[in-house]
Design a protein around this ligand. Structure first.
Ligand code: HEC
Length: 167
């Protein structure tokens, strides 16, 4: 495929997000994120630990490329996603039999729509949830913002969410 104007403007948008520009003008098709604002917020606030593509950092920060899609399919899992970004998480976690232990910071300073967007970027663009999955809404974030908890409690709650989802 030749690198036409839409291809070049998409490439410029990718550069603005300071993503590593892949050589897709000459080979693979571009995969622009569905949640562009969420992608920008993710690269600015989350990628330092979780990686630009959500693959995680060995032993420290877990990957976000699979479990969040499962969480998004149940009310308790959706609540878990919201409280994780609002209040952070502290203590060891296991994802796909691998152990991670570090401190996830809290992001109460980001507003409800920014947090919903960053989570939707994770759920749909990184973890590829099915199309039947409903995007998270600002209202779901706002509901959890009214009920503060600490990062250790967020981690304890995660254990029961995983059990309920069979993870
Ligand atoms: C300083 C590093 C760091 C940053 C920055 C960070 N995280 Fe995390 N995140 C972690 C760690 C560490 C965990 C696991 C917590 C633990 O060890 O108890 C985690 C866990 C998570 C989880 C839960 C995964 C699961 O399987 O339950 C989600 C979702 C998440 N982070 C999203 C985000 C988002 C969104 C951002 C940016 C707004 C972000 N993180 C920024 C370190 C980080």
């Amino acid at each position: 495929m030749s690198c036409g104007s839409s291809c070049r403007s998409a490439a410029a948008a990718m550069a603005t997000l300071s993503l590593i520009a892949p050589p897709w003008c000459s080979s693979a098709e571009p995969t622009a994120p569905n949640y562009v604002a969420g992608a920008t917020a993710f690269q600015a606030n989350c990628a330092v630990c979780h990686g630009r593509d959500g693959a995680g950092t060995p032993s420290l920060a877990p990957p976000l490329s699979s479990y969040p899609a499962r969480y998004a399919a149940s009310p308790e899992g959706r609540r878990q996603l919201a409280i994780t970004v609002l209040y952070g998480m502290f203590g060891e976690v296991v994802v796909d039999q691998k152990h991670y232990n570090f401190k996830m910071p809290d992001f109460t300073r980001l507003d409800d729509s920014a947090l919903a967007a960053v989570l939707n970027f994770i759920i749909f663009d990184l973890a590829h949830a099915s199309e039947s999955t409903q995007p998270l809404t600002s209202e779901e974030i706002a509901a959890e913002r009214r009920q503060p908890m600490d990062g250790a409690a967020v981690r304890e709650r995660r254990v029961s969410v995983l059990a309920a989802l069979g993870l």
